[in-house]
Design a protein around this ligand. Sequence first.
Ligand code: FES
Length: 484
Amino acid sequence: MTSYFALSTPQSAPHPPLRGHIDCDALVIGGGICGILTAHLLRERGLDVVLLEAGRLSGGQTRGTTAKVTVQHGAFAAKLLRTAGRERAQAYVAANLRAVDALEALALRSGADCSFERVPAFVYTLTEPGALEQEAEACALLGLHVESTRRLPAPILPAAALCMEAQAQMNPLPLLRALAGPLRAFEHSRVISMDGPCARTAQGSVRAKAIAVCTNYPVFTLPGAYFLRLYQQRAYVLALKGVQPVGGILYGIGPGAYSLRSAQDAVFLGGESHRCGDARAASGCYDRLRGAAKRLFPDAQEATRWSAQDCMTPDGIPYVGRYSMRMPGVHIATGFGKWGMSNAMAAAQLLADAITERENPLAWAFSPQRLPGPSACVALAGQAGHACAGLGASLLPPPLRTTESLAPGEGAIVRDGLRKLAAYRDEQGALHAISPYCAHMRCLLRFNASERSWDCPCHGSRFSVDGELLCGPAQHGQPAADRD
Ligand code: FES
């Protein structure tokens, strides 16, 4: 399904695919919010910039954002102090505060109709008031002012809530469309290989003095080994019409707490977040969201629904800086968690400074080469465990189930003689069967019943029931079952 912003914002005029060779100062790979902002800032500084996008500009995860522009990243402060330490957490806060202001200035300057407005941000809980007491103390340590409250601008009675004033919300798509207009951008131009400072697509190549990889999940498996240091999380959203607007942006923690914001004539209700590839958690996500919508807004009508996927780092701080010490001149920005607005702007500023060799006092905190602290090591071990389990599952013998046992609308890994199939039977009874081994590193896929997709539990690639690539790190679709 399509997001509310994608439905309500006209698409930009298409950019051509890259054909032939170009030499330039800077190449940005990835035309989502981070890539477009980075290319825009570099162009403003006088660089000759090329932007390559595998699909359409703003066509990936950026389309699915709910665009909460805030430094209050849920109950983030206590966790960040634990995982990253005080100094790094302070740098993260400073970069995001600066990014919120920069997005506001850019929105104003661009004249784009992106509905940027300052609103209060709330983090609330129905069940865990102690967690928010700790969060308030952590915010104070980081120099952030939050007010404790039991009143929310929504029909929710929390056990505890913290309010941070003067945060913001927007629709980023008109802004990105305006910024992309003057860029030398190429769509349907997936980078398939890199040879030093030269990136190649199917029909062309770009040689640049500096390259910024802003592809949500990094496009190259090695060097950098980001697949060992990132995992992907999914979340689901309903846009509801016919309800009272919500007076701020709300983020719920703990059981039964959802996130909310208003946008034009709708309210977004989001949540049910889970690690990509967790088939049990994915099942029934939209039904549970609809149940919550019914309780909170009995008269609401569902306008649209959609899902989004976020890259998470073990310490909660994005990786922004050198892609790898073995790739001089190549930079990366990834791992924005669920906070892709302010983090994307912060990353674009850091990348623009790194590429134009301007000193940025916050850059050290985001270095992709940083060593993980003790609690980040625990998260990394968990990530390795998930990957091993996914790879191990692909080595197990086929299950007893066969395609005949699949009911309409059902998908499962089934037996076909001695081999496995990822098989889905559609509502009309037709069978769709693809290879069950992920095109990235051959983990066994799992069926996501809410999205009718095949999701990988190892690093979060996703495929349609016919094998079309929906999300990386895989760089191509799944082969049909008979070509495995
Ligand atoms: Fe890496 Fe599937 S094996 S995403």
